[in-house]
Design a protein around this ligand. Structure first.
Ligand code: ZN
Length: 677
């Protein structure tokens, strides 16, 4: 629920903030380009400034991160590991002509499967359409050694092809990983592997029966398990040592133990040990204890997420996808978020929201800017730029939450986008474009800070209102609430007063981009004829389209045509800010009161449907720019440097590994779950 992903694609902004050293200019950010994807690399700025102890802590945490990759791949679909292994073996074994359409289509598909951790698009969750033939697949499988086929989990090549070929090639088989389409059984029509043999009402009945009415500290029911029905009986296969995914979790635990020897302090040691206890028991109460200890560790420089965290991959939102991000604090840039979170109470008190829905005491919003050291599982290769955890609302209410902006990732996005022609194509005039060049990087990061540190943490539910009252629209409305909070305050004089911005017009760069993205440019991610489904995209269109509609009588936002092209023109930024404030007040009311009907109406009216003509135009204009709609990252390679006595004297990083090499290495060295298990 709590993640920001990159708002828009391809916006270039020059670095006016002075945050980055000049030598970054020589860093090669671009790694690979295929289908709708560009793979980048990020730089782990200032890793060399960590102590040897901190470096070793990071090293072992990155090892623990790398071992979870297979878990996520299997969670995304029950044939994914077998398919990935088969494709990789074909790739390594291939001796034929590498210039054929079949082979090139095959390689693109393999790269897509790696990127998505499965056969469904990481963002749209639609199944990929392979651009190679099923005959090519069957022919190449037949050339694989029998031992390879057996290791993948099949008796022979024919059996493997018979099972996997329809899953890969038949568009009607498992067409969607996460189906949110109302009116269908969301479990039966979703290909994710969190459930087996159960339908939606059985799942809902199972978990509703577990919930205790008026429990002030509810566990996250179902978060770390697969729900299955065998012989008429429904039960959970819990992800833990000795349970589901044991082989991978054992390796994660082993490396967390190694990491714990280098803990920076007792607090950190205690939560690492608690996490190990959780992985060993699968007990969700232990996970909550861990989450509290982790939230309250605000002193450590090195930090990490490792576990079953976000629930976007489950249409009903119970199950957590495995992920890990290891990071350390960017002390200089964190000054910005500290200033914001120190004023949290002021922001809460002055928001345009009805007083009944405000928090009297905003608790412990800790915010920092971090440098990512490794991305894994659900955060790899595609990754968020901001995170706010833990997700359990009662923990957030009583213990606060940790909020981060991952600035070496936004830096990589920004650097890679420079000179891509986006502004020239889509921004209405040079005045706006110049403002964006000058301020967008900083206000974009600040938007993320405000969204994460304040937006998600603001407001409260009225007594008796359930956290999941907004059901399938909960994520969209929650993201809208956080975005609106950020948008509203970006334009506030408080930002100048706090010394966060030096120009009272800087916010306009973000406003322009937000409306442009929400009304037009994000459509480049949608296939012709399809609706918007992903929660963050729905949220952005909801806000932009609502503001457009409600500002019409005062001509706040205009869509102007020039040479057959549509441009966004914002005539009154101040009125736009007020519109954001009004919508924030309404969405907070909906959340606080649990007004499902009003939330559903907002989403359905503004967030879902796409104007086909405008959509076509955006796709055409983007096609000419050749900007990849989606981006992700390879990780650096970490190595322990030892002296002659075997003592570790340093941890070194290498940035030269390519995308294919990294994926094959991970599958070779960090793949404890053999397919089919
Ligand atoms: Zn968010």
């Amino acid at each position: 629920m709590k993640k920001s992903i990159i708002l828009s694609v391809g916006l270039a902004a020059c670095m006016a903030t002075g945050t980055y050293a000049a030598e970054n200019n020589n860093f090669n950010y671009k790694v690979d380009r295929f289908a709708d994807i560009e793979v980048l690399r990020y730089r782990v700025n200032d890793f060399e400034k960590l102590s040897l102890q901190q470096k070793q802590l990071v090293y072992h945490l990155t090892e623990a991160a790398a071992y979870g990759r297979d878990i996520l791949t299997d969670q995304n679909g029950k044939y994914n590991l077998a398919i990935r292994s088969t494709l990789e073996e074909i790739y390594k074994n291939y001796k034929g002509d590498r210039s054929t359409d079949d082979f090139n289509g095959f390689v693109t598909y393999l790269k897509q499967v790696w990127f998505a951790n499965g056969i469904h698009h990481h963002y749209s969750t639609d199944k990929f359409t392979p651009r190679f033939s099923s005959k090519f697949f069957a022919d190449e499988v037949a050339k694989l050694p029998q031992a390879t086929i057996a290791a993948i989990g099949y008796a022979n090549a024919a059996q493997l092809v018979e099972t996997l070929s329809p899953v890969i090639f038949d568009p009607t088989v498992m067409p969607k990983r996460v189906n949110q389409d109302d009116g269908h059984d969301l479990i039966l029509t979703s290909a994710c592997n969190y459930y087996d043999g159960v339908n939606q009402s059985e799942v809902e009945t199972f978990y509703n029966a577990m919930k205790q009415p008026n429990d002030p500290t509810p566990i996250s029911y179902g978060l770390n398990s697969r729900l299955v029905k065998r012989d008429g009986k429904i039960y959970e296969e819990v992800y833990k040592v000795g349970g589901k995914y044991s082989a991978a979790i054992e390796k994660i635990v082993e490396n967390l133990r190694k990491a714990s020897a280098f803990a920076e302090n007792d607090k950190q040691l205690a939560h690492i040990n608690k996490l190990i206890e959780y992985y060993e028991t699968g007990n969700l109460r232990t996970f909550d204890e861990y989450s509290i200890m982790w939230t309250e560790d605000v002193v450590s420089t090195v930090d990490f997420i490792n576990g079953f965290i976000e629930n976007y991959g489950d249409p009903l939102g119970y199950k957590g996808a495995w992920e890990s991000i290891v990071n350390f604090k960017n002390v200089e840039a964190s000054h910005r978020t500290e200033v914001i979170s120190n004023s949290a109470q002021w922001f809460e008190a002055n928001s345009p929201v009805d007083a009944r829905f405000k928090k009297e005491n905003v608790k412990g919003v800790t915010a920092k800017v971090i440098t990512a050291a490794i991305l894994a599982g659900d955060s790899y290769p595609s990754t968020p730029i901001g995170i706010n955890l833990p997700n359990a609302n009662w923990i957030r209410a009583s213990h606060g939450s940790k909020s981060v902006t991952i600035e070496n990732i936004t830096e990589a996005y920004d650097k890679a986008a420079q000179g891509n022609g986006f502004n020239a194509e889509f921004v209405i005039d040079s005045e706006t474009s110049d403002l964006m060049d000058k301020y967008l990087f900083i206000v974009d990061n600040m938007h993320t800070d405000l969204h994460e540190c304040l937006g998600h943490g603001s407001g409260k539910l009225l007594p008796g209102v359930s956290e999941d009252a907004l059901k399938e629209h909960g994520s969209t409305l929650e993201e809208a609430r956080a975005d609106l909070f950020a948008l509203y305050y970006l334009a506030d004089a408080k930002m100048i007063e706090l010394g966060l911005l030096d120009n009272a017009d800087a916010y306009k760069a973000e406003y322009y981009k937000y409306i442009l993205n929400g009304l037009m440019t994000q459509l480049m991610r949608i296939e012709p004829g399809k609706n918007i489904e992903e929660a963050h995209m729905r949220n952005r269109q909801l806000i932009a389209a609502w503001a457009y509609e409600h500002g019409k009588k005062d001509n706040v936002i205009e869509m102007v045509k020039r040479d057959g092209k549509t441009f966004i023109k914002i005539n009154d930024y101040n009125a736009l800010r007020n519109l954001f404030g009004s919508l924030l007040a309404e969405i907070q009311r909906i959340k606080s009161e649990g007004d499902y009907a009003a939330g559903k109406a907002l989403v359905e009216q503004y967030a879902v449907k796409v104007d086909p003509d405008l959509h076509r135009e955006v796709l055409d204009r983007y096609a000419r720019l050749d900007i990849a709609p989606y981006k992700g990252f390879v990780n650096p390679v970490y190595s322990l440097k030892k002296d002659d006595n075997g003592q570790v004297v340093d941890v070194t990083l290498d940035y030269t590994e390519g995308y294919i090499d990294q994926m094959l290495r991970y599958s070779r060295d960090y793949s404890p779950l053999t397919a089919g298990k």
